[in-house]
Write a protein that binds this ligand. Structure first.
Ligand SMILES: [Zn+2]
Length: 308
């Protein structure tokens, strides 16, 4: 498990040059003059390099703390990527052997950091003034699991979904792109999708922007507790009837609208019918959320203690 080795050196150098060239070409095609295109290319290359190094460093440090075994990699994979955790846990349970392991996880994080940095640099996403400078290191370390899904969203969206040119906002806004339901946006990491007609400082943008910072401040706890809440609410939503409300709506309300992370985001903007038969009040949500969050924290602590 090496932080720096020859393979990484070659990879980092190649990624820096490729990001610089692609950044300059894309901005030249979009109409930037020669010097401006080169400057944007340079910024793309530098942010790519920094993001890649931070993601690799964070994963290396996490693995070093957890012991650097296959089990450590599976746990770190859950915390800082979600998908690698799922893959390695399944592999360990079914075949007794990791697919990624520590070395593979470090490469996974390196590639996620590279792609995230490339899109951030390309669109000059981060504002390095004031507290804005925190967005880049948080996205590529503590918030890496959300950023992993954000990179997937970029890969699905970048060629067709009309990325808004809104530099230094700390977020990406695709006007079109992947979403679960028409009229709803979808945000992963710092990437918002399906946001046509919702520029900065409008209610839905404020809602989605809060999700971006929920991921930055709460990192793996946000991702795991958000998904955990959905999973736990699925069964009661399907099994407990409510007059006049079909099963689909019961799932939507219990798993999504009453999710504490959503209730918080809806307090910032977006429409949630507080008078709906399935709507929970803030007090009721807190009564369920506090013990649930304590359980998630206890589960995470037990998982760490089992591995180290
Ligand atoms: Zn939301």
């Amino acid at each position: 498990m090496h932080l720096f080795n020859t393979e990484f050196g070659i990879y980092a150098g190649t990624a820096l040059v490729a990001a610089f060239a692609l950044g300059a070409i894309i901005h030249a095609v979009r109409g930037a003059g020669g010097t401006a295109a080169l400057r944007r290319g340079l910024a793309t290359g530098l942010v790519t390099l920094v993001s890649m190094m931070l993601a690799r460093l964070a994963t290396w440090a996490c693995l070093a703390m957890l012991g650097g075994e296959d089990q450590s990699a599976a746990l770190a994979g859950w915390l800082f990527g979600l998908w690698p955790g799922l893959i390695d846990t399944a592999a360990l349970l079914l075949a007794g052997k990791s697919v990624l392991g520590p070395e593979g996880l470090m490469w996974f994080a390196t590639i996620v950091g590279t792609l995230s940095g490339f899109f951030d640099g390309l669109w000059a996403t981060h504002n390095f003034k004031g507290l804005g400078w925190l967005s880049l290191p948080l996205d590529t370390t503590w918030g890496l699991s959300g950023t992993t899904n954000g990179v997937l969203l970029h890969l699905v969206n970048f060629a067709w979904a009309d990325h808004a040119d809104e530099p230094q906002r700390g977020v990406h806004r695709y006007r079109q792109g992947f979403r679960f339901k028409s009229g709803f946006a979808f945000t992963q990491g710092a990437v918002m999708s399906g946001m046509d007609g919702h520029p900065p400082d409008t209610p839905l943008h404020d809602h989605e922007h809060l999700h971006v910072w929920q991921n930055r401040w709460f990192g793996p706890f946000f991702t795991i507790s958000y998904l955990g809440w959905m999973a736990i609410m699925l069964l009661p939503a399907l099994l407990i009837p409510k007059s006049g409300v079909n099963a689909f709506l019961r799932v939507e309300w219990l798993a999504y609208y009453n999710n504490p992370w959503e209730l918080w985001a809806y307090s910032r903007g977006g429409y949630r019918d507080a008078n709906h038969a399935m709507a929970w009040s803030v007090a009721k949500t807190l009564a369920f959320a506090v013990p649930f969050f304590c359980l998630v924290i206890a589960a995470l602590v037990i998982a760490v203690l089992l591995v180290v």
